[in-house]
Write a protein that binds this ligand. Sequence first.
Ligand code: DON
Length: 568
Amino acid sequence: MSIFFLMRFFILFFVSIFIISCTNNYNPTVVSARKDASEIGLKIMEDGGNAFDAMIAVQLALSVSHPTAGNISGGGFMVYKLSDGSEGSLDFREKAPNSSSADMYLDEDGNVISGLSSLGGLAVGVPGTISAIFDIHEKFGLLPIEDLFKPSIELAENGFLVTKYLEDELNEKRNVFIMMNGEESLYSKNYREGDTIKNNNYAQTLIKIMNEGKDGFYSGEVAEDMIETISKKGGIMTLSDLLDYESIWREPVKFKYKDYDIISMSFPSSGGILLGQMMKAIEKFDLSEIPHNSAEYIQLLTEIERRAFADRSDLMGDPDFMNLPVYEFMDEEYIEDRMKSFSWEEATPSSEIKPGEVIFNESDETTHFSIIDKNGNAVSVTTTLNNSFGSKVYVENSGFFLNNEMDDFSSKPGFPNFFGVLGSEANSIQPGKRMLSAMTPTIVLKNNKPKLILGSPGGPSIITSVFQTILNVIEYEMDVNEAVSAPRFHHQWYPDLIVMEENVSSYEVDSVLKSKNYLLVKLPIEEDTLGVYKRSNIGAVDAILIDDFKNVSGGADSRREHYTSSVE
Ligand code: DON
């Protein structure tokens, strides 16, 4: 074979690859926690909608069929990357009601009253989701809003399927529902896998909002119903709190990891900033020398996570209420300094790690979904009521649960919230303030194009789940399903222990870690112990991976029910 022939072959080969990658479209894909929601999102894109239209339709569908976390009465964050190269994020986090105060969960002696910030009317933050839906539609929507609401209205009217996961969740919470909302409440009834639940009251609510826009939720009948229910259950939210709510377009946080650019959510989520700190810290180590989930790997990531979470506890909160630097937290010198006390020989006790000195310049159920449309617009959304079914308060006539996001504030400095994370003054309750979040909707870019769209539920372990999944893809070359399902572990500074999924490590690996003074807690745990809440695994990542030739694959975490819908 002549050298000219070979040269011609290679030139032709690379030119055709270049042409293919410039001209062909992406396979529209949705990965979410429900089959019906993923299918609705995909259909919207097949009917001419873009990723934002699909986002709205998926958010609404999840609010019908995934009542543990899907919502119109909660909040969340969206990070996006447009096919024209621009990027942004929307903060639709809940806010503290105007008459809230720093000591609202304390008794006369200044002690935290157990359950007050997480159960009942006082736990509810002013919801952001409906504001987001209409803001997103106004800025990016292609299809009429009716087309985006109708599939969910039909789902609520015709009924949605009770899956095994939903049956278990409903069973576990039934007694609390009965206590909170009475025996006759829709979700106090006994449902089994295979049943369908019709929610006509909710269908009517969606119709009102579809016809009236934001006003259909933040004022009028639905708003009055919400406020009446909240005050009956001991809450303080008022109609004017609802009228005041606005979602906010914010700069996403953006940082480099090797050849990749990563965009994620900035304050009031700590997610993107902690992820940046962790990626910057690990970049200094040669992971090709460190096997995945080996004792060295678990040790290194633990020490990185410990230091990042220490910063979160003391320094982070709502940027509209304090001067908060962003990039100082992931400054190379700062991170290097934080890692100086790391030793391969032994665990660094959390008591020896204080929140860092960053220069402040003057000046138990969430859900994630990832979407890409045919033009390559990428959307990453994490949304929640906080715990499973939020405050457990159900607005019967309007057909939805209310969030308990107030528990994400620090009720008292140094007192752990449900997820065991500590907070301080920076995250204390103030009227109108947004509570600090760990939600980490993220897009990893290669050559300024989406490579990985991902996020997770799991409270603080959202951040470590996203961190480890990115490393699984970039450093350990896993395909997207392996990457989201690979066993995980988590450290959050306090409690000072590594929470580990059962299959993450062998007896030998555990022995090495124990010999270095690491305290290990293996999941599942049936009861809260050592400051770790009852749970069986860590996070549930929904991801979309796009290769260099625009091939799209959805990764649905095997830990929970998740579904990829994609045009074949
Ligand atoms: O914003 C936060 O960090 C929490 N409200 C997230 C809650 C969560 O992920 C529950 N899921 N398992």
